[in-house]
Design a protein around this ligand. Sequence first.
Ligand code: NAP
Ligand code: MG
Length: 412
Amino acid sequence: MTAPHKVTAKTPLVEMDGDEMTRIIWAMVKDQLILPFVNITLERYDLGLPERDRTDDAVTAAAAAAIKKYGVGVKCATITPNEDRVVEYKLKKAWPSPNGTIRALLDGTVFRKPIVVKNVPPMIRSWKKPIIIGRHAYGDLYKSAEMRVRQPGRAELVFTPADGGEPQRVLVHDFKAPGILRGVHNLDASIRSFARACITYAVHEKVDLWFSSKDTIAKVYHGAFREIFRQETEARKAEFEKSGIHYHYMLIDDAVARAVRDPGGFLWALMNYDGDVMSDMVASGFGSLGLMTSVLVSPEGHFEYEAAHGTVQRHYYQHLKGEPTSTNSTATIFAWTGALKKRGELDGTPELVAFAKALEDSVIETIESGTVTKDLAGIAQPPVAKPATTEGFINAIGERLANRVGAGLALL
Ligand code: NAP
Ligand code: MG
């Protein structure tokens, strides 16, 4: 495939390759849909499990450092090894999740956004635009201390100041009978980073920001989240005004009730547990994992784009046996277009943004014309009797893209 109008990116993009079926798709997307149309320097890190094992996972930290240096990265799904994987890949050890490592190094927040197509209607009738979920990824339930209480006794929260001051005590419960007990915490700095990343995302994407909690009940704990969000949104009022967007605080139950009646098109910032639950509800409500994108945003404004799904292991084993597969590459392609758009915005190269948009439009047109993979075939309206193969879907997108670019339509 040759393209007459190749666009050029000014700054390198950090590319992180990955594992299994998504690694196969990655190469096809890059070779057929990106490189024939864009001159770009890819600063490549292979986060595939064999290379992570060979480098004692140093490659993951190096990739995170490169995102900090260049500002934008695009990542393929990767295996987080468990015991089975240690045996399967003959690993030195069960390396930690690359996403967890990169998130910790960038101090970032993950935003999940569904891709909306006309022929895959959301389960909720009122949803017309994406609902983006921003989940705080530190503390609360996920870093708690728990205890089974087996006899009568007094449970207290005790804080012992490091400077030797008088301990503070709060009664939790005077147990007369067996029960259960938990202590949770969070950190101002982490909540503030989360609020800042949410504001950065909302301002960049020009979407309203919602934050919800239960501060009527948890007056101190949830109240601290609410207050920090208030301070941070107040401090960046001018940016909200400039983007024409608003910040809304709501009680979590009000927010849930409103979300299912809302047309969408907002960022919903949620505490760790609420985000865990709501992101799965929103993902399945919008259709398929193959249509869910994800971006990690650091408070300093570094961006890492990826598909929300994993390495699609089951399809990979089919592929290894030489059987045809029908894996949806949409979220992977949108990871690339998200990264290219951001690169273009940051560098001031509108033609790169236009190319990314043209590729997104080509994907959406392909799906809406009825060329879809198996995951969408059954839920599409009208349903699609003969799903496309992994390769067939990407080829169909490539043809549309080449026509668009060839016709000079999209690129300014
Ligand atoms: P998965 O890769 O997301 O796949 C689960 C199932 O969802 C698939 O078997 C498939 O269903 C469907 N699916 C997911 N993505 C699809 C797509 N693009 N097109 C069509 N169908 C799709 O989750 P997993 O199998 O539980 O995890 C596999 C590996 O991925 C694990 O090693 C895990 O550590 C890793 N993982 C990585 C990330 C990441 O890097 N961000 C995230 C999650 C998991 P059918 O089989 O029914 O067709
Ligand atoms: Mg969950």
